[in-house]
Design a protein around this ligand. Structure first.
Ligand SMILES: *Cc1c(COP(=O)(O)O)cnc(C)c1O
Ligand SMILES: [Zn+2]
Length: 416
């Protein structure tokens, strides 16, 4: 497949190294644009019809050989849930949750991994490696298992244990990368030179073509909403890829005439590590490394925003904004998602709901606005953060009706 790469921001053609893609003119990320004028009616039909075969029904929007056999596990096609109880709680009218927790490995990163692994197999790759906070590695390890490929995984020591176990369950060769996520990404790049691994890091900087898998989130939301763009799409930001690629998907649909306006993108970070929000607030076009960060939202705990230039450009040109939420705010939103909508997002994902509530409370989001929060990953690996079991959990002895009555009384008193 010939790569026709250009800069996402200044649109100059990309010429440079083929393993570390950054625009040499403006520092933005690189993409392989789809030629939308070649067969616009065909492309419109693809998006209108959707995909029953993982995300591969949309393959005309990826730069993958037409005859490549996909490594797929039925990723994508996740529901867009109308969150009525949550909206009521916040005084909003139309709040939607794009439930990406239902993907095969539990996060939207499967949309990347399916494309990345398909490209790797086409290239005859046998060994892959990835540095990650945990979710990207889980996705790549899962699809590597499916493809029968060996997979090396570097996670920082602070990584959530449940993520590490999930990686090992898929047969990934697990290694602690003694540093931050950015150091782990660097280790995968180093291994590429020494061992000939294919570096599968989920960045446009490393894998610009595979990141196009994320555009399918926009196509799916558009189909679910009958091709009316919402006012806001709220995305968590770690490396800054998903927010940029969802917007890219919308831009393509606008150019194809499937929708008649674009949503505004809200980029959400944790207050304890918010390099993009800081750069946004200061009017800068690039992010700086965040020192001594700390947040429970490990999946977006990225001191270095790999695609900062592109993500800032995306947020600004969409007319949206960047916002930070505290760990307390995102934890509260996480529990409310579970109790009111029966969806279990992980902390990084619940940050979007916290941000929507906050921006609505501030009057930035209006009561009549249609808002989509992207719940990127599953909290099934974070149940400790939800659980409230404690010493006063009632106990009932078999046949003892009084203890059963006291147990019920206990919850009646709590009012829940
Ligand atoms: C990776 C990840 C993010 C951050 O996405 P970027 O594309 O790196 O900005 C958000 N939420 C979850 C659950 C993730 O795994
Ligand atoms: Zn550029």
């Amino acid at each position: 497949m010939s790569m026709n790469l250009r800069c996402t921001v200044c649109h100059k053609p990309y010429v440079g190294p083929q393993n570390h893609f950054v625009c040499t003119h403006c520092g933005a990320s690189v993409e392989s644009p789809v030629d939308l004028r070649r067969d616009p009616e065909g492309l419109r039909r693809v998006i209108r019809e959707g995909s029953a075969d993982g995300i591969w029904g949309y393959r005309d929007f990826f730069c993958v050989a037409p005859d490549a056999e996909p490594v797929t596990m039925g990723e994508g096609n996740t529901p867009l849930l109308r969150a009525k109880r949550l909206a009521e709680r916040y005084g909003m009218t139309e709040l939607y949750l794009k439930n990406e927790t239902l993907n095969p490995s539990g996060t939207y990163k499967d949309r990347f991994a399916t494309v990345a692994m398909t490209l790797a197999r086409e290239d005859g790759i046998r060994q892959v490696a990835i540095g990650s906070a945990g979710n990207a590695a889980a996705a790549v390890a899962a699809y590597a298992a499916k493809a029968g490929m060996e997979c090396y995984i570097m996670l920082p020591p602070g990584a959530v244990k449940e993520r590490a176990w999930q990686n090992m369950a898929y047969g990934g060769h697990f290694i602690y990368g003694m540093g931050g996520v950015n150091d782990c990404v660097q280790m995968a790049e180093d291994g590429e030179k020494i061992f000939g691994w294919k570096n599968m890091c989920t960045t446009m900087m490393n894998n610009p073509l595979a990141c196009d898998g994320y555009k399918t989130i926009a196509y799916e939301i558009a189909r679910s909403m009958r091709f009316e763009a919402p006012d806001y799409v709220v995305c968590p930001v770690g490396g800054g890829i998903i927010v940029s690629k969802i917007y890219k998907g919308y831009e393509e649909m606008l150019e194809l005439g499937l929708i008649d306006r674009l949503p505004k993108m809200i980029a959400v970070q944790a207050a304890g590590c918010a390099p993009l929000v800081k750069a946004y607030d200061e009017g800068k076009t690039a992010t700086e490394k965040w020192e001594n960060g700390d947040t429970i939202a490990f999946a977006i705990f990225d001191p270095v925003t790999f695609e900062g230039v592109t993500a800032l450009h995306t947020v600004r040109s969409s007319g949206g904004r960047a916002v930070a939420v505290t760990d307390d705010e995102l934890l509260a939103a996480m529990r409310e998602c579970a109790r009111l909508e029966a969806v279990l997002p992980e902390p990084a994902s619940a940050a979007t709901v916290a941000a929507a509530a906050k921006l609505h409370a501030e009057g930035y989001i209006k009561p009549e606005d249609r808002v989509v929060c992207v719940l990127t990953g599953s909290g099934l690996r974070d149940l400790k953060l939800y659980a409230k079991e404690n010493d006063d959990t009632p106990q009932v002895r078999p046949g003892d009706m009084d203890s059963l009555r006291r147990a019920v009384e206990h919850y009646r008193k709590q009012g829940d």
